[in-house]
Design a protein around this ligand. Structure first.
Ligand code: PLP
Length: 372
């Protein structure tokens, strides 16, 4: 099989699996227990926390484990809006955010918040000037993704965050770093919250984290036994945390060569896609190394995906969460309707090769012959 759907989820890395198994079968104590067996489990999860924090390159601040990107995003945005509601009601985000952000913002809009969503450009990028124009003195939250999951465009979140703080120092900045983590460098100056997820980087599904800037006192997500600094109570998922830590450490150690190799395969994929008549790739000036979004003048994503799938080649049409619906990202980019209907997202891991891309392209060429 050829798996080209790594933005949807990834295979668990061997080191992550080993760490999880160890925490389930050897060091399986309750990390809150007083005895030394419990302490060993606690050491494992605290080491995982350190490994993720150092992969993020931050020295201060708090990293709280969550159930994934979606929970981290909901938590950060809802807290920021609630905390600042007496200072203003205006929130800025973009039209190309993940549903976890857009739906949370939609819920806040029903509670009286005013949400401005910045349009992307036709190539998938988001203009810093447009974000700046949307930001006002009464903007209390900027929530923006670092890398778009559908197109791989890198957003100017760092400059937007800086500007947000200049205009209103009390405003919060949340960054959805789910697709950026371990794919691009993500400096976190002026960022109050960063959401990340383990299953996008070779960890296990069902675990993520929220990084909280030093000095920000967030309201707990769950009350209970005071685990995870009292911010998210409940017996901690040590196996998942250990796997997340191991995956983050692995990627931090191999970052330069893996991202360079992925970028080479991505460029090769774009080059080969150009052989297909009518193909249009969405590429902006700054792209992450792992995502290619292509559309055609004819064809339907579901059909192409099925034909490829029958041959053991797995890609997606836009985001996996959007099942069947037209992509809100491609719509916002004003892509040609035919290109939207036929769009494919090819997303790479460090393991994908140019040979796999060759097989994918040959099969895709065959699939495209079905459409007249
Ligand atoms: N944000 C982005 C950009 C994503 O790509 C995803 C997952 O597809 C999420 C958030 C949600 O993360 P999770 O699946 O861990 O809830």
């Amino acid at each position: 099989m050829i798996y080209l759907d790594n933005s949807a989820t990834t295979k668990v890395l061997p080191c992550a699996l080993e760490a999880a198994v160890n925490a389930m079968t050897e060091n399986y104590g309750n990390p809150a227990a007083v005895h030394s067996f419990g302490k060993q489990a606690n050491d494992i999860l605290e080491n995982a926390r350190k490994d993720i924090t150092s992969a993020l390159g931050v020295k201060k601040g708090t990293l709280v484990f969550t159930s994934g990107g979606t929970e981290s995003i909901n938590w950060a945005i809802n807290f920021a809006a609630d905390k600042n509601k007496h200072k203003g009601k205006h929130i800025v985000s973009t039209k190309i955010e993940h549903a976890a952000t857009l739906e949370t913002l939609k819920a806040l809009a029903t509670k009286g918040f005013e949400v401005t969503l910045v349009d992307p450009e036709r190539d998938g990028s988001v203009s810093l000037d447009k974000i700046k124009a949307a930001i006002r003195e009464d903007t209390i939250l900027l929530s923006i993704m670092a890398v778009c999951n559908e197109t791989g465009a890198v957003l100017p979140y760092a400059d937007a965050a800086k500007y947000m703080k200049q205009v209103n120092k009390d405003a919060f900045v949340h960054v959805d770093g789910v697709q950026g983590f371990m794919k691009i460098n993500m400096p976190l100056d002026n960022v109050d919250f960063l959401s990340i997820s383990a299953h996008k980087i070779g960890g296990v599904k069902g675990i993520g984290a929220l990084y909280i800037r030093d000095g920000v006192k967030i309201t707990p997500m769950l009350h209970g036994g005071y685990q995870d600094m009292g911010l998210r109570s409940g017996t901690q998922a040590v196996p998942q945390m250990a796997a997340f830590g191991a995956a983050a450490k692995y990627h931090a150690e191999h970052f330069a060569e893996d991202t360079a190799r992925m970028d080479e395969v991505r460029r090769y994929c774009i080059e080969r896609l150009s052989e297909i008549e009518g193909s249009v790739v969405a590429v902006s000036e700054h792209q992450a190394p792992h995502v290619v979004n292509v559309g055609f003048k004819k064809g339907r994503s579901e059909v192409i995906i099925r034909v490829l799938s029958d041959k053991g080649i797995y890609v997606s049409g836009g985001s996996a969460c959007a099942k069947g619906k037209k992509s809100h990202v491609l719509l916002a980019m004003n892509r040609d309707p035919k290109a939207i209907d036929s769009s494919l997202r090819i997303s790479l891991s460090e393991e994908n090769t140019k040979e796999e891309i060759d097989i994918f392209i040959d099969t895709l060429k065959m699939a495209m012959k079905m459409f007249r």
